[in-house]
Design a protein around this ligand. Structure first.
Ligand SMILES: [Zn+2]
Length: 242
């Protein structure tokens, strides 16, 4: 581990850029100290370490913390880099990995069985273009699923208004102000998993927590919801963090 330089200093946050040895490999590490209570360690989608720590923690302590979590970091880095590689050959569309073809075009073109991209595009370019495509498709797809399920809830609540967003930590949420927020990245997932998130959020129009009543309503409407939740968690984990 070697500290290289201070990149930016502001009143609240101090950033450091350094490298850390992980299993014999030099990995870039970004450390930011700020007014916060706890340490937060993350592996970014492109395989760099991101450490956030309270101002009271020294650089040496921070880097020791990184070393303690070496094993976890290596696993995350491996998964992130693998996921990045995947965006070079195929993209997930409604639960199916669809092959990418590189051709002499200037923009993303999504066809039934394949996706055409400009030949010079890197994984990040593909991912960025797909984000836009997911968002656009989501605006048409989600309202159809919501309308399909709304009759089960209409007697008890006012229909929430849909907001499509890209979210990094959750698939959906229901705000008390009457919005159903849905993650556009769900367009990568299978239709029954999109349905799961819609039904889950609509159940919150009846019960705001995940208590027994909420769970029995879920079981009544989608008897296999627990299995769908497990699949959403497994398949979606990398997509959310990317
Ligand atoms: Zn919930």
């Amino acid at each position: 581990m070697s500290q290289r330089r201070t990149v930016k200093k502001s009143a609240q946050i101090v950033h450091h850029q350094c490298t850390v040895m992980l299993a014999g490999e030099e990995v870039a590490c970004r450390v930011s100290s700020s007014v916060r209570k706890s340490m937060r360690l993350q592996m970014t989608h492109d395989g760099c370490i991101d450490l956030r720590m309270p101002l009271s923690v020294s650089m040496a302590e921070g880097l020791a913390f990184v070393q303690q979590h070496q094993h976890w970091l290596l696993q995350r880095r491996h998964a992130s880099l693998q996921q990045q590689q995947r965006w070079l050959v195929s993209v997930p569309l409604l639960g199916r990995q669809t092959n990418i073809e590189r051709t002499n075009i200037t923009r993303l073109t999504v066809l039934q069985e394949r996706v055409l991209v400009p030949s010079i595009w890197q994984a990040a370019d593909v991912q960025q273009a797909m984000d836009g495509w997911y968002r656009q498709q989501a605006r048409e797809y989600f309202p159809v699923v919501i309308d399909l399920w709304w009759p089960h809830f209409a007697a008890h609540a006012q229909k929430p208004q849909l907001r499509v967003k890209k979210m990094r930590t959750r698939w959906g949420s229901l705000s008390q102000r009457g919005y159903i927020n849905m993650n556009c990245l769900l367009m990568a997932m299978a239709p029954d998993l999109i349905e799961l998130v819609v039904v889950h959020e609509l159940c919150h129009t009846r019960y705001f927590d995940h208590g027994r009543q909420f769970q029995s309503l879920m079981s009544e409407l989608l008897p296999d919801w627990r299995d769908r939740e497990r699949r959403l968690h497994e398949q979606g984990r990398l997509l959310l963090s990317s």
